[in-house]
Design a protein around this ligand. Structure first.
Ligand code: 5GP
Ligand code: ZN
Length: 229
């Protein structure tokens, strides 16, 4: 059953080039069919946890929730640094950052350690962490518990149909910061979510069922503008 394919990463993380990092507790992998420019999965390695439904485990096991949040914060930083590497510091800070950087690098009066400390105090540029979302699907397709860490852009060739888009951009996606869910929360039963309208995550425009048109809008307009924000 292909729905068990995530188990291999948990059992033998050292074997796969798709594994980003691992320890006794978690394996972090690249999603093989990424739905955004950065798309990672965090897999807990404890069998008592990975066989549970994510909504149940994250709502009922406070310690796991705590550990998952802690790890997700680290993976988020990793993802943010990758976005910075791909897309730069952002338009707000590009110029001042470049100028400040060049000033430090060309100042011959600085010792190496002085230069390092000046570099560390430069403005940080765009806050890429705020462009990353973390959460789980109400009804996952893969059997082993996994937490998605992904950029918001939804710019990817693997984003191919309405369900792909809606599953990450509707209440079918439950953010890690929404846990624990209360007993009986409506989030456990999203209803007929595949029939919902698709709305652009960035401008809110309603594309209803028009996936091709949403896809063009995401790739040609929103992705370009978002990168440069
Ligand atoms: P779910 O809908 O279950 O929350 O998401 C499962 C995710 O796993 C999907 O985003 C899908 O692209 C990804 N995926 C499915 N099979 C594999 C695989 O064999 N390897 C990796 N790295 N990702 C996979
Ligand atoms: Zn839009």
């Amino acid at each position: 059953d292909p729905r068990n394919n995530l188990l291999e990463y948990i059992k033998a993380p050292q074997k796969s080039p798709e594994v980003i990092e691992y320890d006794d507790e978690f394996v972090v992998i690249k999603d093989r069919f990424p739905k955004a420019s950065i798309h990672l999965l965090i897999l807990p390695r404890d069998p008592a946890i990975y066989d549970q439904h994510p909504l149940q485990a994250l709502s009922n096991d406070a310690e796991f929730l705590e550990r998952a949040k802690e790890r997700a914060d680290k993976v988020k930083k990793l993802a943010a640094s990758e976005l910075r590497r791909l897309y730069g510091q952002g338009s707000q800070s590009d110029k001042p950052w470049q100028t400040a950087y060049e000033k430090v690098m060309t100042d011959d009066s600085l010792s190496d350690s002085e230069r390092d400390s000046k570099l560390a105090s430069l403005p940080k540029g765009r806050d890429w962490e705020s462009e990353i979302k973390v959460g789980v699907h109400t009804h996952p397709s893969m059997n082993h518990l996994h937490i998605h860490v992904m950029s918001k852009d939804m710019h990817s060739p693997a984003l191919k149909h309405k369900k792909h888009y809606l599953s990450f951009n509707s209440s079918f996606f439950v953010g890690l910061d929404e846990f624990p869910l209360e007993k009986g929360s409506p989030r456990f039963k999203p209803g007929d979510w595949p029939s919902w309208d698709m709305k652009c995550w960035r401008c809110g425009r309603n594309f209803q069922n028009k996936f091709a048109s949403l896809k063009r809008h995401l790739d040609e307009e929103e992705f370009e503008a978002w990168k440069r924000e």
